[in-house]
Write a protein that binds this ligand. Structure first.
Ligand code: FES
Length: 120
């Protein structure tokens, strides 16, 4: 069974910058790409920094730390220092709400953290 977890109203997701949520113990980044929404792992596969600090270029998310570039639709790396893809998730807009498809009903919370480079 698929559950649809409400993350907020569409107006709370300005076009461009990612917002991140914990879904149980998984971090998921949500991007309003203008024409569609994207949902993918918030954790870069290079050195595990948060992609919510990154920036959007067309259908891609660019990691702020070492500039890995991923296709937000597929999670596949397009360029940069990693070959490992991101997990991607189904997201929809229903009755003005942004909803994430998830296999279980779990608690959702927004990821709060101080942006800042901590790697080497
Ligand atoms: S941590 Fe994202 S590119 Fe290095």
């Amino acid at each position: 069974m698929t559950y649809y977890l409400t993350l907020g109203n569409v107006e709370e997701f300005p076009k461009g910058p990612p917002r991140a949520f914990t879904i149980g113990d998984v971090e998921v980044a949500i991007v309003n790409g203008g024409k569609s929404f994207y949902a993918f792992s918030n954790i870069c596969t290079h050195r595990f920094e948060r992609l919510q600090d990154g920036f959007v270029e067309d259908d891609n998310i660019v990691c702020a730390y070492h500039e890995a570039i991923y296709d937000m639709k597929t999670g596949e790396p397009v360029e940069g220092p990693t070959v490992d893809p991101l997990s991607v998730y189904q997201v929809r807009v229903e009755n003005g709400e942004v909803q994430l498809a998830w296999p279980t009903e779990v608690a959702v919370a927004e990821v709060q953290h101080e942006a800042g480079y901590v790697g080497d």
